[in-house]
Design a protein around this ligand. Structure first.
Ligand code: GLN
Length: 512
């Protein structure tokens, strides 16, 4: 494998700035890697690859790389990550590439503007490689709900790479991109991070602009970094974060010092840091190898000097049912805009049908089964007869979850848990059982409901199947830096052997 593909973004950036390598070379290496391992899942007889990408823009990427090289040669832009390639989840709008949300209903749609995060990346000189696969409209935990076929986990191509942002995390894990952006509504950055052995961060709600993120559940959606190290995630976080007047829920406050925290964590110990182990996130349903890896991670935190205590957050048991009422309710409203008139697909518009009929035909054909399920659940939960018993009750449970976090953060600086109860499951294994798939988000959802910061950092592999496990670190709102510090200290203490690695994909590389 080309050495450039194995470097983390911070080291790539150092070499780019020192002009030891050009962005065009780095970008080419990644485009070749995509060509070699991504496949297309079209069942044409060739082996199905990782299928992390829905769209690759080689020409655009090389042009951006040339511009970055010129800027570096001229002494600017001085952005730390200038010239580094990045992959974008395909629910972020891009003016020069399609945005499909992995749905048929957006077929052929070209957004007329860039998402704020995309505009910020471009301004900082990063190089967008293309758009990554996801569960349709980010609804899922396995990327199996994509209308364009599943992505595959680079650690074992027969398994899921998590979801909904499986494409972004798989691209980073497979060496197809050193960085990626995801969106996390209930865990869609952290859970794919955990099962692909990469870092995934959900920043505090409102601290990264949602302008240009196709809305799923607006009170929960949050864009964040996917990376191979905690420092890389922090560097990217700094580029995309900060106030944006175009997002009504954007927090007008300075971004927490995440890069400083990652550097401090990597250099220092955790003396005096109070770490709470959430007692609800253990026991039945947790794979023994995941629990063992988590217990070992907690031991390492203790060895680093942290004061480890157990904390109880009893209301977290309501998080999953509350989320699966609130998120579909908001989705049923947000997805009403896909009405065959304004975007993408239009079915049956032959002059003989009414507008209503064209709308329903288009939605019938354009949305997949999971999206329809969510729209129906959400519409029902918001209907006059059940609003209070369902949506209202879920909102009250949300308040209790916020209170549990507030109480826990009175005695703890951060909380920790496994990121997800099991390692990557085989593609198809849970296909007929949506509830089993929903369980993958058991540990990640509370932080979305409360809006606080949380990340997943690799914590070795599970002894029962050799697959990656993630350690989740949760911090109070606007204290993202605490999670970065703890994760960086942990990552450094564990060393490379258990950190992110790029798995061998020889079978694919050799076949093309
Ligand atoms: N898996 C969760 C869902 O299906 C979370 C999705 C997300 O974070 N985008 O709703």
């Amino acid at each position: 494998m080309n050495e450039l593909l194995t470097l983390d973004a911070a080291e790539l950036a150092r070499r780019l700035h020192a002009r030891e390598v050009s962005s065009v070379e780095v970008t080419r290496a990644h485009l070749e890697r995509i060509e070699a391992v991504d496949g297309n899942g079209d069942g044409d007889g060739g082996p199905d690859g990782v299928h992390a990408f829905l769209h690759v823009d080689a020409e655009g990427a090389l042009a951006a790389a040339e511009a970055a090289d010129r800027a570096i040669a001229d002494g600017g832009p001085a952005s730390a990550l200038a010239g580094v390639p990045i992959a974008l989840k395909d629910n972020l709008t891009t003016i020069d590439m399609p945005t499909t949300c992995a749905s048929r209903i957006l077929e052929g749609w070209r957004p007329p503007y860039d998402a704020t995060v995309v505009a910020r990346l471009r301004a900082a000189g990063l190089v967008p490689l293309g758009k990554t696969n996801l569960d349709e409209f980010a609804m899922g935990s396995s990327t199996e709900n994509s209308a364009f076929g599943p992505s595959r986990n680079p650690w074992d191509l027969s398994r899921i790479p998590g979801g909904s942002g499986g494409g972004s995390s798989a691209a980073v894990a497979a060496g197809e991109a050193p960085l990626a952006l995801g969106s996390d509504t209930g865990g869609s950055i952290r859970q794919p991070g955990a099962v692909t052995g990469t870092v995934g961060v959900k920043p505090t709600y409102g601290t990264v602009s949602r302008f240009g993120l196709v809305a799923f559940s607006s009170s929960l959606d949050q864009i964040g970094p996917c990376a191979r190290s905690v420092l890389d995630a922090a560097l990217l976080h700094e580029v995309i974060g900060g106030h944006d007047p175009r997002d009504q829920t954007s927090v007008d406050a300075p971004l927490p010092p995440v890069v400083e925290a990652a550097l401090a964590g990597a250099r220092g110990d955790l003396a005096g840091v109070r770490v709470g182990v959430v007692s609800q996130f253990a026991g039945e349903g947790y794979q023994p190898g995941v629990s063992a890896a988590f217990t070992d991670a907690v031991r390492v935190l203790g060895e680093l000097g942290a004061d480890v205590v157990e904390v109880s957050c009893p209301s977290f048991s309501y998080a999953l049912p509350a989320y699966y009422l609130i998120a579909p309710s908001e989705a049923s409203s947000n997805l009403a805009r896909f009405d065959a008139m304004r975007y993408g697909l239009r079915v049956g518009d032959d002059g003989t049908r009414s507008t209503d009929d064209v709308m329903s035909l288009t939605r019938e054909v354009g949305f997949g089964a999971e999206v329809k399920r969510r729209i129906m659940i959400g519409t029902y939960a918001l209907s006059a007869g059940s609003y209070d018993a369902l949506y209202g009750k879920a909102q009250r449970a949300r308040t209790l979850i916020v209170r549990d976090f507030t109480a826990a953060f009175e005695t703890c600086d951060v909380l920790v848990s496994p990121t997800t109860p099991t390692t990557a499951f085989p593609i198809g294994e849970r296909a007929d059982d949506p509830l089993a798939i929903y369980l993958a988000d058991l540990c990640t959802i509370p932080s979305n409901l409360a809006g606080n910061a949380a990340l997943s950092v690799p914590c070795g592999t599970s002894a029962d199947d050799g697959l990656p496990v993630g350690l989740q670190v949760m911090a109070p709102a606007l204290a993202d830096d605490r999670a970065y510090r703890v994760a960086a200290a942990y990552e450094t203490a564990r060393g490379e052997s258990t950190g992110p690695r790029i798995p061998e994909l020889r079978a694919l590389e050799g076949s093309r």
